[in-house]
Each structure stands twice: as C-alpha cells, then as structure tokens.
Design a protein around this ligand. Structure first.
Ligand code: KG4
Ligand code: ZN
Length: 340
C-alpha cells in the first residue's frame, strides 16, 4: 500500500511516498524556505504559505519522475492537519483534498507532533510500547506517555516558549541566522564554560513542565552587558551559545529523568527539530541512568519532513473518515487526536 505524505505546517514543503507493505520510503522530497525567512529572523506565515503553493507541484513531479512511479499508483494521501500555521496548513490540506478528489483515493489527516514521534518507529522498528516521548520543536516542548499508537497522555509541557523557539530567539540576539538551533549547536563546540549562571527555570518543580522564557531573558541581559564592555566578540558569542545550550539541555534532561522514574518507564523517544542536536543526544545517552535508553528518528527525520506524514498516514489508514471539507486545526492537542 502506497501512501503519499504532505507536510506544510511551517516553512518546509515535504512530500514523500511510503510503501506500507515493504515498510520502505520510496522517495522523499524536501524544500526548506529557511533562507527566505532568515531575512526576517523568523517564519513569516504569509510568505510561507505562498512558497508552499509555488513549490508543491514541482516537488511532487520530481518525486514521481525520480521514482519511475505514476501518481495513479498511490492508495491514499496523508497530510498535516495541525498543529501549525493556519495559512501553510491550508495549502497542504487543499492539495491533499484536491488530489484525493481527482484520483478518487482516501485522504488521511495527520497530527504533526504524532508524526514526529511515530517516525522513531520507522527508523527503529524494535521500539516497543509503552514509552515516554519528549517532543522538542519550534512550537512545542511536550513530555507524554505513549501506551500505544494513538494513545497519548501529556505529562507536562512548556508554560511559555518552546525550546526550539528559545534556540531561535537566542540566536537572533547573537546575530546568528535562522533557524537558530543548528547555529547555536555549531558555535557551542567552540565555546567554553563561563560561569554565567544562566537559570534553569522551574527545573525543581514537582511536575513535568518546562519554562524557557527566563533563560532567554537572562541571555538578553548577558548579551547587553557584554556589548557595553566591548563589541560582541566571536569568542563571546560562542561562549553564550555554550552556556545557553547547556542550560536548555539540563532542563529537558532533568524532567525526562523524573518522568521515567515516576512512571516506571525505561525508554524515551526524542523527536522534533531540537532532537537533531548532537550534544543533547550525547547527554541523554550518557546521563539518563542505568537501564534507560533514548531513541531518535534519523537526523533528517527529526526536523519537518513528508516521510513522517506518509508513515503516520499508513498507521492511521483504518481510522480515516470520508470528509470533503478542508479544515485544518492550528492548535490541535496530542491528547485530542480522536476528536480531530
Ligand atoms: O520540528 P521542526 O523542524 O519544526 C517544528 O515543528 O517547529 O523544529 C524546528 C526547530 C527550530 O526551532 C530549530 O531551531 C530547531 O528545531 N532545531 C534545532 C536543531 N535543528 C533544528 N535546535 C537545536 N539543535 C539543532 N541541531
Ligand atoms: Zn515539526
């Protein structure tokens, strides 16, 4: 069974074809608009939506041409219904519904964060339920217990900024380009500990929530005070990156360890763009504690992509209902998947 996956929730146009029978991705095409949004220091929703419209058909044609398959060979179409930016979501939903109508094939709506987490199952088929998941992206920071596919209990989440957003905003303060996560990761390698005492907000609270806005503000004060003394040197930028990244990882690691212990779980699946961070992966693999392991999708499947939507669409195929309306859900909670 061939499922076409369409991802347009933010600034990546992702299209992929997944073969459920062989458990194999036949092709995946990705177009990132990051350079375009870099000029503005973050994603401009209207520009993102327009670019999805322009890039969708050329990408789709390329995927099918390279694979030698015909569009008629597909059995279903899966698309991201939410959460995400409304305009960009509407573009993907419209293409998906139109293709479904033209080809007379079922259309499956997919939850973007569920797709992030289930993709770990594609890249590691031995993953077994139950497990904990830490979803870390530009819009979300969620700790959830996963009993089976489709059954998610949110244990905690950010009460202000998402961790990816904190990476992006910190990078912006330091004059680094968007998206900030990969830039901060690169600069941290050259940085060193400076005893800046950046806060780890709510790290000791008796819950599984996160908070990153205080950390971001502390970075702002530090950057301003460094600028007062001298022009912000390359060395200082790297040191701020190092200290910020350490503080953010400390918060993620601490609450994950607490949840693993309290819920008697031994595996945590990390996914979403921030899970591509190598220092985060290193610290999770070294510091989770004996008997506990961390599992990730491949690096290319942590950030937004069409393959995760195609794979999740296949998993959800039997749950899809005939519905010709084009309806997206920009604020869809992981716990409300059954209600759409
Ligand atoms: O999952 P994703 O591609 O899109 C959303 O669903 O939001 O995540 C994007 C976020 C951005 O904030 C980006 O800066 C961050 O993931 N990110 C990283 C890294 N790669 C992407 N953060 C830290 N380290 C990275 N290597
Ligand atoms: Zn995402």
């Amino acid at each position: 069974m061939l499922v076409l996956g369409i991802e347009t929730s933010c600034d990546e146009t992702g299209i992929a074809l997944y073969d459920g029978k062989q458990n194999k991705i036949i092709f995946e095409c990705l177009y990132s608009q990051a350079n375009k949004h870099s000029l503005y220091g973050g994603v401009v929703p209207e520009l993102a939506a327009r670019d999805h419209v322009n890039k969708f058909l050329p990408l789709l044609k390329k995927g099918f041409k390279d694979s030698g398959l015909s569009l008629k060979a597909i059995d279903a179409i899966a698309y991201t219904k939410g959460p995400g930016l409304r305009g960009p979501l509407m573009v993907g939903a419209s293409f998906a519904k139109s293709l479904g109508f033209a080809l007379n094939k079922p259309v499956i709506d997919v939850h973007h964060m569920e797709a992030h987490l289930l993709m770990a199952k594609y890249d590691d088929p031995n993953l077994s339920y139950p497990f904990l998941t830490l979803l870390v992206s530009g819009g979300h920071t969620i700790l959830a217990k996963v009993d089976k596919s489709g059954s998610y209990k949110i244990l905690g989440q950010t009460i202000d900024d998402a961790v990816g957003e904190a990476f992006d905003k910190t990078a912006k303060m330091l004059g680094l380009k968007y998206p900030g996560g990969p830039e901060i990761e690169k600069r941290s390698i050259q940085g060193k500990s400076m005893d800046y005492n950046f806060p780890r907000p709510i790290i000791n609270s008796d819950d599984y929530n996160f908070s990153f806005s205080g950390l971001k503000t502390a970075v702002l004060y530090k950057v301003n005070s460094l600028k007062k003394k001298e022009k912000l040197s390359e060395e200082s930028i790297s040191n701020v990156c190092y200290e910020f990244q350490n503080a953010a990882i400390d918060c993620l690691l601490h609450k994950t360890k607490k949840a693993l212990k309290d819920f008697d779980l031994t595996q945590v699946v990390l996914s979403g763009g921030v899970a591509a961070n190598k220092e985060l992966r290193r610290r999770f693999s070294e510091e989770l504690g004996t008997g506990c392991s961390s599992i990730y999708p491949d690096f290319s499947h942590c950030t937004d992509n069409g393959a995760m939507i195609a794979f999740t669409g296949f998993e959800k195929f039997n749950l899809s209902k005939e519905d010709n309306r084009i309806f997206v859900n920009p604020r869809w909670s992981l716990e409300e998947i059954a209600n759409g």
